[in-house]
Design a protein around this ligand. Structure first.
Ligand SMILES: Cc1ncc(COP(=O)(O)O)c(C=O)c1O
Length: 288
């Protein structure tokens, strides 16, 4: 496995990051996960633009070393060098503020950001997209800048662990009595034929898949509204699903052990799932 670290392609076992890296010490960095299909990257520009926004949000200046064009080139090279130009894969991109003597404030002398990319083969857990997943609900304990995709993921990690322990696929996070999003996904409900999802703001990550799904809904003539799903509505929705780069459109059929509607994936969910699958496949072999 070949990875990219700060200007070099090298075997993963030889890649070394300083113990003073602020990603390691403070979670001071941003990341992206991009989907690849047959060597083509799906919505790569959108992911890399969001990475830029994240860097701006954290005031990390990486210049050309982490520009979208540079990262696209590295991603394509990694897919080729790791023989991932057929089938499904993911590309992981991470930029941290870099290594410097530990101070909470930004290093006074500045430091060079650490840029890391890797790629991995990718397959969905068998069956789950057809039969639907179970979720649990948990309080949303995160900070108020969830729009930034930082590597500081502790509340998400703990929420996902609680889900795994409950034999569920995802934890829906609840803030002020409404569902914001999942630990690593966005959440959509269907109520009376209308799609509902939490508005893009600082309390959620505006998922790239979320944006694609909202765009598809417009094209398919499915009405959509960006508005919170209240907890008391959650158990009465007609359909529920999750979206994400490695989740696609995942039907949710159980919340806290109670069935969603008749306990089967909903018709609108399955239409959107098929539409997204087609789009990802269409990225196959296309250089971004
Ligand atoms: C908290 C959170 N929300 C939503 C998403 C989905 O975003 P995307 O569709 O861009 O993968 C993710 C993806 O990792 C996430 O971590």
């Amino acid at each position: 496995m070949i990875v990219y670290l700060d200007g070099e392609y090298l075997p993963r076992a030889e890649a070394r990051v300083s113990v003073e890296d602020r990603g390691f010490l403070f979670g001071d960095g941003v990341y992206e996960v991009i989907r690849a299909c047959d060597g083509g990257l799906f919505t790569a520009r959108e992911h890399l633009d969001r990475l830029q926004e994240g860097m701006r949000g954290l005031e990390i200046e990486a210049g050309d070393a982490a520009s979208p064009d540079t990262l696209l080139e590295i991603a394509a090279t990694l897919l080729e060098r790791n023989d991932r130009t057929e089938g499904n894969a993911t590309v992981y991109v991470q930029v941290t503020r870099g290594a410097a003597t530990r101070t909470h404030c930004f290093p006074p002398g500045g430091c060079r950001p650490t840029v890391y990319l890797s790629t991995a083969r990718f397959a969905h857990p068998p069956g789950l997209h057809k039969k639907g997943a179970g979720v649990i609900t948990l309080p949303d304990l995160r900070w108020a800048r969830c729009n930034l995709k930082t590597v500081n993921l502790l509340p998400n990690v703990i929420a996902k662990q609680r889900a795994v322990e409950a034999n569920a696929t995802e934890a829906l996070l609840v803030r002020d009595g409404v569902v914001t999003e999942g630990a690593s996904t966005n959440v959509f409900a269907v109520v009376d034929g209308e799609l509902i999802t939490y508005p893009a703001c600082h309390y959620i990550l505006d998922g790239i898949t979320r944006r694609v799904v909202l765009g598809m809904a417009r094209e398919m003539g499915i009405p959509a509204r960006e508005t919170p799903i209240r907890m008391e509505e959650l158990f009465r929705v007609d359909e529920l699903f999750l979206t994400g780069t490695t989740t696609d459109v995942m039907p949710v059929v159980r919340i806290d052990e109670k069935p969603v509607a008749d306990g089967q994936p909903g018709a609108i969910t399955l239409r959107l799932q098929a539409g997204l699958n087609e789009r990802i496949s269409a990225a196959g072999g296309v250089r971004a």
